[in-house]
Design a protein around this ligand. Sequence first.
Ligand code: 8YV
Length: 333
Amino acid sequence: MSRPRILVAIPVFAEVLARLGEHFDVDAPCGTDTTIDWTADSLAARLQGAAGVLVAGAPRIDAGLLDACPGLRAVCSMAVGYNNIDLPACTAAGVLVSNAPDVLTETTADFGFALMMAAARRITESEHFLRAGRWTHWSYDLFAGADVHGATLGVLGMGRIGQAIARRGKGGFGMKVLYHNRSRLDAAIEQQLGAQWVAKDELLQRADHLVIVVPYSAASHHLVGAAELALMKPTATLTNIARGGVVDDAALAQALRERRIAAAGLDVFEGEPAVHPGLLTVPNVVLTPHIASASLPTRRAMADLAATNLIAVLAIEGTPPTALNPEVLDRRS
Ligand code: 8YV
């Protein structure tokens, strides 16, 4: 019996490719270390005859691609955010979609916290100063930044990762935790986290350290722009580990340049891997290349989860553990 063919559209671990190879004819043009900048046409061409595809936060999977690839039955992502996948279009086309929640929560929260601390305590900026040979004397205010312990943490978007950041802030650093989310958490969870819901404007006004963890959608596009930045304290920091596009990067670069907020930590950018040139020239921002989930064990767990979903849907007719539209399978049976 012929085995289903799948495309692994991103580079992944050799062990994960080997595991997929036990069930599928695997087309893995990226191997373990090459990135392909897929266009809609090149991806559609490569997907001809494929029943499944393994992706991450890219490439884009939309109605046009689904039309061009009628044999596609599963799109499994190793990312938790799936704004690159048109979920309603996949559901309408009977294509199962899965993402990778939970396995990256703690690693991503660690990184968000690190970025927030680096911004508050001016770690990158001071390292550049030192490396440039400019450290000639001690001074009482040399790179004096903001305290994190005991400060007010503002979490914008209180899903799994937001909650993991809140736990770190409350438990490890004695922070006061405020949050804003479209839906409020259950009172019991709020109490457990020691987190208080406030309106978005109040969050912006009161946070000493704002951490943004909302999923990207049309509704969250430029959720933080010039008007929102204007509400923040001049001593505050902003950390974005959500998605590029949630923050208006041009407005943020200007606010940083004019010191309307003290500092920022950014792991995600509008139009990445391009970065707004204004952000590259201001000193008071810590910039990282979308690596919040990048510890080796976590990246492996993310890839394994995507593989498990693919195998469940296409090879063993099992239940994909993290399907986003499991109703598609009910319709098939
Ligand atoms: C991924 C992420 O590394 O899971 C997500 O949503 O943002 C990251 O963990 C990224 O999507 C890879 O493209």
